[in-house]
Write a protein that binds this ligand. Structure first.
Ligand code: CA
Length: 219
């Protein structure tokens, strides 16, 4: 899953960036509203975490512009505790949810997961296929009832596939979910992680559609 973090506070930004990446998200971080606009025009994101008080272009204006462009991905706004009017304006301008600063990072993660789940049309937090169960929220995976540990990058490949069972994602699309702007992409990275996932989860869960991409079956 690829996220855009819009935050001008360097300390908050660094903590959130680090945490989201360790959870397996690909994250681009921009620090003002104009850069947010540029990023949103250049790239398709699965979710945006948007601070409202921003230099160059106000967060509310960034939000209104993206909704005017018919960009429908979930947007979580971050506002100060006493900024009730800002929160109301944000929700009315098309935000899906909000966090109040200073926010708890685990709460932010839970709200992100909830929005991504809803965006995928999936109310159920657990995916089950054959002898495999996967809970993206708790990162618990079992095969035949026995726990299996996946790396952050394996999660990064698996989660977009799980979000839309039955939909084929190309290698390029998975690469985009896997890396932020500044990371190096080795040309066979996706295959390496898919191989690791198949070794851990069995060969049936992630299916290779030759020359097209990968999918996980609908359940
Ligand atoms: Ca700010």
């Amino acid at each position: 899953m690829r996220l855009l973090l819009v935050e001008d506070d360097l300390m908050i930004g660094e903590v959130v960036l680090e945490t989201l990446r360790s959870e397996g998200f690909a994250v681009d971080w921009v620090k003002d509203g104009a850069m947010a606009d540029t990023a949103l025009r250049a790239q398709i994101y699965d979710l945006v975490v948007l601070d409202l008080g921003l230099p160059k272009k106000d967060g509310l204006d960034v939000l209104r512009s993206m909704r005017a462009r018919k960009q429908r991905m979930p947007v979580l706004i971050a506002t100060a505790r006493d900024a009730v009017e800002q929160r109301i304006a944000g929700l009315d301008a098309g935000a899906d949810d909000y966090v109040v600063k200073p926010y708890d990072i685990d709460e932010l993660l839970a709200r992100i997961r909830a929005q991504l789940r809803r965006a995928s049309g999936r109310a159920e937090p657990v995916y089950e296929y054959g002898n495999v169960t996967i809970n993206p929220a708790t990162k618990e995976v079992t095969v035949d009832g026995a726990p299996v540990i996946l790396s952050a990058r394996e999660w990064a490949v698996l989660e977009p596939l799980l979000a839309r069972p039955g939909l084929i994602l190309s290698r390029a699309q998975l690469e985009e979910k896997l890396f932020g702007w500044k990371d190096d992409v080795s040309s066979n990275a996706v295959e390496v992680y898919i191989h690791g996932l198949r070794r851990k989860l069995g060969s049936k869960l992630i299916q290779n559609v030759r020359g097209v991409g990968y999918l996980v079956p609908k359940v």
